[in-house]
Design a protein around this ligand. Structure first.
Ligand SMILES: NC(=O)C1=CN([C@@H]2O[C@H](COP(=O)(O)OP(=O)(O)OC[C@H]3O[C@@H](n4cnc5c(N)ncnc54)[C@H](O)[C@@H]3O)[C@@H](O)[C@H]2O)[C@@H](O)CC1
Ligand SMILES: Nc1ncnc2c1ncn2[C@@H]1O[C@H](COP(=O)(O)OP(=O)(O)O)[C@@H](O)[C@H]1O
Ligand SMILES: [K+]
Length: 500
């Protein structure tokens, strides 16, 4: 699913009006209806609701929503924030229609006009939408402050009033802090960025049948992975396949005290369809791998506690494996750095690089250009900062991300809520699965195992990243559903992986 920018959203609106054709006022009615359907379903028996409407088209939506709810005998008090002398045409039109069904409209011009908001009320925010062009001030800012201070449930129409759709807000901006955002047709970039969490709440899209062809043709670097899109990437197994069909992966993982990372990545790799798995670990980890992951072969490193790349057992050179995953639990010993320096130039196929392997790369930046083309790097934000630099806001972070993948010709999975998968061309796919239960040690190691398995099976690196991150998050969602997010541990995520 695409994420479009404000100008494209406006153009999409116009394209729909022209091509369907549909009068703008009827499109607004359709949007209001879609919102009302969602709202009535979510709040079937609320005793008290207040709506706050502005004077642009978001306010117009609000007035239509108010009328539709009143027509359904829904208890709703209507407030219009009169911050400017004029309304948009469609807002004015809906204002008139609203007055036909109620005389009870409160106009807010001064602080004293702001109504008290009671406990347990539901507030609908339709003050400002995607047309926001400057920070909120005056009476708008006061109303937003009053709503935010109230002990009520807040639902934003399209986007929280005061939040920019695709540019950074200043830290001083006053913005609605909704519990829910119900947005029209497509998710907005602002919804998937960490700094905006409290200005979005739980968000839902409602379909208002905007012109599909415009969406299909609109150029954008931003995508949001839908379940059906991820599922399409999954390959079926051939009846006459054998373990050789699904590749032989090598994991270079673990060090003294961090063998858990090795076990987790190895088990996740096996649970993600790899044909054969070899795990190279420091000698201290040999018995651990052989007993806790019997399905894997183990190469004990020549060194007792850290990886050096030498091995007591003869094995094929790393370049002969179908894929390699490196990083979980390896530490940053000089011997391990030396291994990385020797290894990288010998590799031709994309690899998966995580954790301390990423930290070694940040400290030895000349190695970045030695990475095989299309390799997948899986930093969390701190690791990404070490690879690049500190960013001022999430939008600058996305720019750094796009610049980085293009410079080094790699795929980057920037982990977190809505993990961002950046392709070497600079496109970014935001993941839609996962929950805060995944914020626990070892879940990143699980992801490394998954991605290494998908590469071994011949998945293209971008597809592997999009599918692997989606499946990892979905497994986390299954665990959260069963036992709640708080008690989730990384092993649960491996057990909950399903490739169907
Ligand atoms: N694009 C779409 O697909 C559709 C959009 N609709 C609605 O239209 C909205 C966008 O409408 P508009 O472009 O009129 O945008 P707004 O409703 O956000 O209003 C913009 C107006 O407010 C003024 N303004 C901007 N920032 C302000 C601030 N901080 N304080 C006070 N005034 C400010 C602007 O100068 C402009 O006059 C969407 O959010 C959505 O609710 C729906 O009606 C139908 C479909
Ligand atoms: N709040 C969250 N919502 C969704 N996913 C999350 C959240 N917090 C963490 N995750 C996911 O959990 C994983 C954590 O990885 P990482 O930070 O490398 O942990 P570790 O190194 O301990 O394994 C990532 O895949 C990340 O996307
Ligand atoms: K709004």
């Amino acid at each position: 699913m695409k994420i479009l920018n404000v100008d494209q959203i406006r153009a999409l609106d116009e394209a729909t009006i022209r091509h369907e054709p549909i009068a703008p006022i009827n499109l607004m009615e359709r949007a209001a209806l879609a919102f009302v359907d969602w709202f009535v379903d979510r709040f079937p028996d609320t005793t008290s609701t207040k709506i706050f409407c502005g004077l642009g088209n978001n306010g117009g939506d609000g007035m239509a929503i108010a009328r539709l709810l009143l027509e359904r005998n829904y208890p709703i008090e209507v407030n219009v924030v009169r911050y400017a002398p004029r309304e948009s045409d469609d807002c004015m039109h809906n204002h008139r229609r609203l007055k036909l069904v109620t005389e009870n409209i409160r106009y807010i011009e001064f602080s004293r006009d702001i109504p008290a908001i009671r406990h347990n009320e539901v507030i609908i925010d339709a003050i400002l939408g995607t047309g926001l062009s400057r920070p909120t001030e005056g009476i708008v800012k006061e109303v937003i402050g009053a709503i935010n201070r109230a002990p009520a449930t807040v639902v934003a129409v399209d986007i929280a009033s005061g939040l920019y759709t695709d540019q950074a807000n200043a830290p001083t901006d006053v913005i609605i802090e909704p519990d829910y955002t119900v947005t029209f047709q497509l998710p907005k970039l602002a919804f998937v960025l960490p700094k905006n969490g409290r200005y979005v709440g739980e968000w839902h899209t409602v379909d208002i049948r905007l012109y599909k062809r415009y969406i299909d043709l609109a150029p954008t670097p931003y995508y949001y992975t839908q379940p059906q899109e991820a599922r399409l990437l999954l390959r079926k197994r051939e009846r006459y396949s054998n373990k050789g069909t699904f590749g032989h992966a090598l994991l270079l993982v673990g060090s003294h005290g961090k063998m858990g990372a090795a076990v987790l990545s190895a088990r996740a790799c096996l649970r993600s369809g790899v044909g054969l798995l070899t795990v190279q670990v420091p000698r201290c980890g040999y018995g651990i791998i052989q007993t806790s992951v019997p399905e894997a072969m183990c190469l004990p490193d020549g060194h007792q506690n850290v990886l050096t790349g030498s091995s007591e057992i003869e094995g094929p050179p790393p370049s002969e494996y179908s894929s390699i995953g490196i990083g979980p639990g390896i530490g940053k010993a000089p011997e391990t750095l030396a291994m990385l320096k020797t290894l990288l130039p010998t590799l031709k196929k994309p690899i998966v690089v995580d954790a301390d392997a990423l930290n070694l790369l940040s400290e030895n930046r000349e190695l970045l250009s030695k990475l095989p083309k299309n390799s997948i790097l899986t930093p969390h934000p701190k690791e990404f900062e070490r690879l690049t630099k500190k960013w001022d806001d999430d939008y600058q972070k996305l720019e750094l991300l796009r610049e980085f993948v293009k410079t080094y010709n790699v795929v980057v999975v920037l982990k977190g809520a809505y993990s961002a998968i950046a392709t070497p061309e600079g496109d970014i796919h935001f993941n839609s699965t996962g929950n805060p239960g995944l914020s626990t040690g070892g879940t990143g190691d699980v992801l490394t195992g998954i991605l290494t398995a998908l590469l071994a099976q011949g998945y293209d690196p971008v597809e592997a990243a999009v599918l692997g991150v989606f499946a990892h998050g979905l497994a986390g969602d299954r665990v959260a559903e069963e036992r709640g997010p708080i008690g989730m541990i990384a092993s649960d995520v491996i057990d909950a992986l399903r490739w169907t």
